[in-house]
Design a protein around this ligand. Sequence first.
Ligand SMILES: [Fe+2]
Length: 192
Amino acid sequence: MLETKHFQLIPDKVNLTPRLIEEHTKLYEGYIKKTNEIREKLLSADKAVSNAVYSDYGELKRQETFALNGARLHEIYFSALEDGADNGNPKGRIFEIITDRFGSHEKWVEEMTASAMSSRGWTATIYDNYLKEISIINLDAHNLGAIFNSTLLVVLDMYEHAYFMDYGTNKKAYIENILKNLNWEAIDRNFE
Ligand SMILES: [Fe+2]
């Protein structure tokens, strides 16, 4: 059973309204519930008639990665915002590694912003364990676009539910706000 995690998101520290945080948390909890529900149903779904066009078993398998990745991505996103930023003075192991890779913090922000502006789901800075390099990717759905054998370092939720209530169509202001309020110590802890 997947357990719901609880995150300390302080509205004033992350420039998001309590209502947005509350509603977003509900969506995250939904992914946990659905993952558990799908896994429970898989136990009794008829394996003998599993089929790629349509079968109960097949549909459950199809949604399993969507729900589980939905939960996981939100956990990484929320945990990096816990307690807010380190007062505009970002530091830490992952911060240094990312800054080295992109040349400066500003250059990384520029790349993340451009990727996020073009994303329909998530934008992530990842460590590719196979190529041993850091890069930025977009996922147009929780289970679409990931690079296998890579580790998520920083993720940005770019679904409209993540910002529309507070920022309307001003996607750029939302991105700028989240990148400014990242807790790099929490990102280091996640990576460990
Ligand atoms: Fe979300």
